[in-house]
Design a protein around this ligand. Structure first.
Ligand SMILES: Cc1cc2nc3c(=O)[nH]c(=O)nc-3n(C[C@H](O)[C@H](O)[C@H](O)COP(=O)(O)O)c2cc1C
Length: 212
């Protein structure tokens, strides 16, 4: 069964980004009733601290050393999380902006799954190469400030992926800015627009800024 993986980045029960994701998912489920939606909260689901044995396992891999038993056990948790993500055909990330970036628990998820031989490999001549296939991705970002229309008072948006903030020419990465103070109605409109666009995207992230 095809799967959409939803990564929930807000710990708040009345989260704006999660509310956005819920509207998107309602539409998604109507249009794709046969799809499974796999939801993971980086706050309440199992997510190991990236220290100790799992950290040593990463260094062992980089150095080409065999795992100890405890490193293998620790690394297995990262493998399970990476496989859960890798098995999805679509990715949805809903997240707040925290101090101009993403919440530390969401960053922790990236730190846990970004492992050599699991999600990427490195070749000296070619650099970093992905081991997970590209997937159309939607990111729903809620922020208190308006970073979509230049009303950010000179502060840098460190939450928007760099290739979306400055897409290379010819890139299909998409940013749909909203008018200032647009509120929920516009957010819903944007989500509907994204839903139209989602199936046609070839693995490039889509960015939905939501000013709350
Ligand atoms: C710890 C923390 C840091 C925040 N930092 C920023 C920030 O740098 N810029 C901003 O525009 N809003 C910031 N906010 C406001 C949140 O982005 C805003 O309340 C958003 O709606 C939270 O998303 P959520 O409703 O999905 O949890 C911050 C909120 C918190 C709790």
């Amino acid at each position: 069964m095809a799967k959409l993986f939803h990564l929930v980045g807000s710990p708040r029960p009345d989260s704006e980004s999660l509310a956005g994701a819920r509207v998107f998912l309602d539409n998604f489920r109507k249009a794709r009733p046969d799809w499974e939606v796999d939801e993971m909260s980086v706050w309440s689901d199992e997510l190991p601290e990236f220290d100790g044995e799992i950290l040593q396992a990463k260094y062992a891999r980089i150095a080409g050393r065999a795992f100890t038993d405890s490193q293998r056990d620790a690394f297995a948790v990262a493998e399970r999380l990476a496989v859960r993500f890798a098995l999805a055909e679509r990715l949805l990330i809903s997240t707040p902006m925290w101090n101009f970036g993403i919440p530390y628990k969401l960053k922790q998820w990236f730190d846990v799954i970004s492992q050599p031989g699991l999600t990427f490999r490195f070749e000296p001549a070619r650099g970093y190469l992905p081991l997970v296939k590209d997937k159309p991705t939607i990111i729903i970002l809620a922020s208190g400030g308006d970073f979509a229309t230049g009303m950010n008072r000179g502060r840098t948006d460190l939450a928007t992926p760099a290739d979306i903030a400055s897409p290379p020419s010819g890139s299909k990465s998409s940013c749909f800015p909203q008018p200032p103070n647009s509120g929920t109605d516009n957010l819903i409109q944007c989500r509907e627009l994204f839903f139209e666009v989602l199936p046609t995207l070839g693995g490039n992230p889509v960015w939905l800024p939501a000013v709350c």
